[in-house]
Every structure is written in C-alpha cells, then in structure tokens.
Design a protein. Structure first.
Length: 307
C-alpha cells in the first residue's frame, strides 16, 4: 500500500510554485495570504471552486491582502505545503490534521458546528450490490478474491477508520485481500465500486456518497453497505502558528462570524457537501477534540506514517 509521506514533494511544488518560505512582513503578517485545500475531482471540484471564490474575495477585502486559494489532489500535499510555509491556512480532514499537528507548527482555528458542538459524519464499507455480498462475515469469507479501495491515504473516513476496523476483525488490508489500493478521492472510490472495477470500497456517507446521490451520479440501491462507523468529528481549518497573533485572531474571527456577516458565502460553501446550512456556523475548535482519532492512528502498527 501507498506510504503516507509528509515530505515536500514535486506535486506540492507544482501547486504552490516558488513562494518564499519567509513571505511575511516584519510583524509576521503574510504579504499574500495563501489558503490550501483538497479539491475533489470532477463536478465537485468545480462546485467547490465556485463556492470558494466569494470567500477568497471577502477575506481579501477584510484582511486588506491579496488572497489566493490552491487546490490539491490529495491531503498530503496540503499538509506538506503548510509545513513548508507555502500556505498560511489549510482545510484538513481529521486524519490529515493529526498528521500535520505532529510537527506542532499549526493551530486549529474552527470547525463546522451546530449548537456549539462540532458536526459529525460517518465512514462506511460497501460493495456493489451485484457482488451478492450482504454482510461483513461474507466479505471476510471471500476477501482473498476481492479488491479493496480506500479513498485518500490521509482521510479518516476513507482510510484510517475503516482500516482500523478491518484490522480488529482480522482482515488486514495488506494481506487479507487480493489487492488493496487508493482511489484518490471519495467520489473516485464510490464510482469505481459502482462500475465494478473494484469490489470493496471505503468512504464517507455524508461527504462521499450523499453528494453523488444528490447529483444523480449513483443510486444508493447500487450498493450494499456492510459497516458504518461511529460518528467522526468534522474537519478543521488550521493556520500556521508562527504568524502574527493579531492576524491569527483576525482570521479566526472572520470564520466565526462568517455565518452572520456573509451568510450567502458560508451557505454556498456548506451546500457543496450537501449539508443543510440551517443552524450551522463555524465554531472554535481545540486540538483535544481529535484525540480519539489520534489514539486510533497510534494503535495501528503498520500505518507507516512518515514523520
């Protein structure tokens, strides 16, 4: 399986160009604010960019800075970019956050929440209904003849959580299946299983399956869902902690008040993932919220996280 690497790679250099590591003024404020985020392929990428453009312009106006958003093809590129100071702000998945936080050079700012609590979502393991497999016991019995696809290496719902579960029931992804691979994204793994090219997939229900159903790209009846995880805490937005403290506070305030100061911008972003924005807002988030996911990651000996 693909090893998770947090080193600065050619992919990251391609996305973030030659921006200087010290592209800040004497007070530690970025001369240009760079936001890095993972963008899914296909239609969802177009929707995401359309939704983020007004936020970019709003932040530029409020911060009195040029703001640029760079979209990568995987979470590890986002992590590498903020470690290399090629980006100032990053949108991370829960697992990519705990990977990134190991170097202690970021501060978590906010997460989408409701009634003061972070929103949750679920991982799931699924097969094409045509496989005839209806239970995890049947999957276990046939695993040697099946191919398994995770989504992204640094995804909690599409990799870490289902991998940990498979290990607990004696199905090591590295040895129990005919072949194990990464599809590269949540839509990618779902569409690959739907097409019959891969037998078993792992993804997120709320951010993977439901958007594709809503767009008419797949039908829930195409799949048998074999397992659903406990709730997973939502994805944080983080910032480099070496930046000016007043600047960090300003950015955090912009996110916290976005739902009321610029509701259309906030709602359009939320709707990319087909979540009803009613009663939602950004709320402050603490690192300790991710200790559960951190514990799962630390308990997997063969995860091969490269620090």
């Amino acid at each position: 399986m693909k090893k998770i690497s947090l080193s600065l790679c050619l992919t990251t250099l391609f996305f973030f160009g030659c921006r200087s590591n010290s592209d800040v003024d004497a007070n530690g404020v970025p001369n240009k604010v760079v936001i890095a985020m993972y963008g899914n392929s296909g239609e969802n990428a177009s929707s995401l960019k359309k939704a983020m453009a007004p936020l970019r312009d709003y932040f530029a106006q409020q911060l009195h800075k040029n703001v640029e958003i760079y979209y990568t093809t995987d979470y590890t590129a986002v992590v590498a970019a903020i470690h290399a100071k090629k980006a100032d702000i990053a949108y991370l998945a829960p697992f990519s956050y705990i990977l990134c936080a190991q170097k202690k050079d970021i501060t978590p700012l906010v997460v989408v929440g409701k009634d003061g609590k972070a929103t949750m979502y679920h991982s799931f393991i699924f097969v094409n209904k045509k496989s005839g497999i209806k239970t995890m016991d049947e999957l276990k019995a046939k695993a040697k003849n099946l191919t398994l696809a995770f989504s992204d290496p640094a995804s909690a719902s599409g990799h870490l959580i289902p991998m940990a579960y498979l290990n607990t029931i004696g199905l090591s992804p590295d040895t129990a299946f005919k072949q194990t691979m990464f599809a590269g994204s949540h839509p990618g793994v779902i569409l690959t299983v739907a097409s019959g090219k891969v037998d078993v997939g792992t993804s997120a229900i709320e951010y993977g399956l439901n958007p594709l159903i809503a767009k008419g790209l797949v039908d829930k009846d195409q799949f048998n869902i074999l397992w659903t995880s406990d709730p997973i805490v939502g994805s944080p937005i983080v910032i480099r902690n070496d930046l000016n403290t007043d600047f960090i506070a300003k950015v955090k305030s912009l996110y916290l008040n976005l739902y009321k100061d610029a509701p259309e911008i906030f709602n359009n972003y939320i709707k990319v993932y087909k979540i009803d924005p009613t009663s939602l807002s950004y709320i402050a988030v603490d690192d300790s919220l991710y200790n559960g996911i951190r514990k799962i990651a630390n308990g997997i000996k063969d995860l091969n996280i490269e620090k």
